[in-house]
Ligand binder design. Structure first.
Ligand SMILES: [Zn+2]
Length: 89
């Protein structure tokens, strides 16, 4: 069984519970990381998919992650729950 979880906003793996975002009641989010989601809301509610692409690319380049991995992550973004329906909130 695959238990790997990825943030449904930025595609970052949430393999450590410390990486998980928080719901309004303080419980850990099952879908979003702590950078994207805190206290039941997105930390950057007005961010667009294009902006998220740029952020993910920039962050991964900073960590010297290979271009093929970066483009895979960027191409995954439109399929994530936050972006899939074209909803930006
Ligand atoms: Zn995230």
């Amino acid at each position: 069984m695959n238990t790997a979880k990825f943030c449904q906003s930025c595609s970052m793996p949430i393999d450590d519970p410390a990486m998980a975002g928080t719901e309004k009641d303080g419980s850990p989010s099952k879908e979003y990381c702590k950078y994207c989601y805190q206290n039941g809301a997105f930390t950057t509610p007005n961010m667009t998919l294009d902006e998220m692409r740029t952020v993910v690319k920039t962050e991964m380049e900073k960590r010297h992650i290979g271009q093929d991995v970066i483009s895979m992550a960027v191409n995954t973004l439109p399929h994530l729950k936050r972006w899939r329906n074209g909803l930006n909130y």
